[in-house]
Design a protein around this ligand. Structure first.
Ligand code: IMP
Ligand code: MG
Length: 188
């Protein structure tokens, strides 16, 4: 019987490496933030759900969790550059510390858009925590404050990141076999 795991060509970052790095980022955040800061962690759905779930369990300071859904990709591997808010924050971020939790910064369009969106609402500060960074693909200048791993210019999946809405459940970050994309192109 074939499974979705047969579609994976290689593992880029193992489950153990991801978990160890998230513990480190959690520690860095614990050294900076206090209960008084009461940061709002804003998880960017859907890709960052797994990262947020693991990261929040390492944090020892009081914080709140909020969710936003942003769409920038279709079921494709190329960014459209067009960012749309599908689910917005319902809480005020005025004078609050906002920590954006993202799965990957690629062209930078999503984070750039969010930084402007938040800046208009007078937060105390906005920082960006991303599990993955693909700096070779930047179209706008964006520098995440906390980065889990830098990845090469390849389309990656797993640990929350999808291809065509699938593979988010894979516990590591990997690359799909080229024929998986080709089959989809043939269907189009
Ligand atoms: P950006 O706006 O181009 O920086 O892209 C941000 C969003 O595109 C991320 O939050 C991901 O959802 C998606 N994305 C970018 N690169 C990849 C990838 O290699 N695999 C899966 N999703 C990606
Ligand atoms: Mg995303």
């Amino acid at each position: 019987m074939s499974s979705l795991f047969d579609d994976i060509e290689k593992v880029l970052i193992t489950e153990e490496e991801i978990q160890a790095r998230i513990a480190e980022i959690g520690q860095e955040l614990n050294d900076i933030y206090t209960d008084e800061d009461l940061p709002i962690l804003v998880c960017i759905l859907k890709g960052a759900f797994m990262f947020l779930a693991d990261l929040t369990r390492h944090l020892t300071f009081r914080h709140e969790l909020e969710f936003m859904e942003i769409s920038s990709y279709g079921d494709d591997t190329k960014t459209s550059g067009v960012v749309r808010i599908l689910l917005d924050l319902e809480v005020s971020i005025e004078d609050r510390t906002v920590l954006i939790v993202e799965d990957i910064v690629d062209s930078g369009n999503t984070i750039h858009y969010l930084q402007r969106h938040f800046a208009a609402r007078n937060p105390a500060e906005v920082k960006v925590i991303t599990l993955l960074d693909k700096p070779s693909r930047r179209e706008v200048e964006v520098t995440p404050d906390f980065i889990g791993f830098e990845v090469p210019d390849e389309f990656v999946m797993g640990y929350g990141l999808d291809y065509a809405q699938q593979y988010r459940n894979v516990p590591y970050v990997g690359v799909l076999k080229p024929e998986v994309y080709q089959e989809d192109t043939e269907k189009d």
